[in-house]
Design a binder for this molecule. Sequence first.
Ligand code: GLN
Length: 392
Amino acid sequence: MPKLSDRVHTFTDSVIRRMTRISNEHGAINLSQGFPDFDPPREITDALAKAAKEGPHQYSITFGAQNFREALAAKQERAFGYPVDPNNEIVITCGGTEAMMCAMMTICNPGDKVIVFSPFYENYGADAILSGAQPIYVPLVPPTFDFDINLVEEGFKQGAKAIIVCNPSNPCGKVFTREELMAIGELAVKYDAFVVTDEVYEHMVYAPMHHTCMASLPGMRNHTITCNSLSKTYSITGWRLGYLIGPAEVIENAKKVHDFLTVGAAAPLQEAATVGLKFPQKYYDDLLELYTEKRDYFLAGLDKAGLEHNVPQGTYFVLVDISKFLALPQFEGKTDLEFCEWMIKNIGVAAVPGSSFFKEEVNHLIRLHFAREKSTLDEALSRLAKLQDLLK
Ligand code: GLN
């Protein structure tokens, strides 16, 4: 067998996606990989049926169908507070995953440094490796997940080309305040670096917090590459529709990277999802209300089940502390991954081991999500409550 590239040996498969596969094998309730178990809005699926009959079925323009980009630009203008040029400042990608990879490949040379907050969304590690960048980690310190801005500046002093800001933050649910973003932005400007944001949970920010787009802050338009996706906002994770928004010169080059990586996102799906991009504000208000209810309900259920957890300010993820179970003799020496595998088989609920999100040695956290119908959450909570039996 001829040798494979060195690159592929430097990272593992995604633990998030692996947990979904193991969960499916064992018929567990899957609260690991974050995606909803409820349908997308009817208007979008109706539009998909129409697209199936009437098209388009051939390639869209490589950087996104014109009507899709125009609808997105209009939505984004409301978020940024200034007009976005649909022709020169947007690339439509195959999911937020490609958007982030495309941003990294557009701005990084091999060996360039990129600041990443830890905990971080798993993909950023592989994104860095595949784009040749070297991460400099800055901790978000539990329980509040605050960070030391001096450490961010240290990273820039070491020559970091960019900083990745996942806001709201997967997996810890932190929502960066306007002041925090301003402080990061000022440093990016001072050291002439980019801020690459991942804002896929922008519409899941719970009161009293609210979402601030980095690109909307004074002076940040030319320093920010906003990555996002329709997956979570419209409950269409399988459609793989994402996008990058940035300054024209960045986007002109990101278009080339995207073109040769994937040519384009699925044309009929862009056509159907355009309907969603045109939804009025009420849609987003209702979505937030739905997730606020789910969050409060699920967290109350965890409390009742005697499980310690953080209180996410945004996203649909929650970190649960499993220290007291790992201290039991039967789990001696076990990792959080082994605990999650045990939990799938014996409790019937799948979670993601926290270690897959942290640079630091962390073995006592697991991530659950609550993007599930209430009946599914009820069943998951009653199964999780059985963990207490271990302590008896
Ligand atoms: N962001 C989701 C999660 O963290 C999953 C995204 C994905 O698997 N592409 O679970």
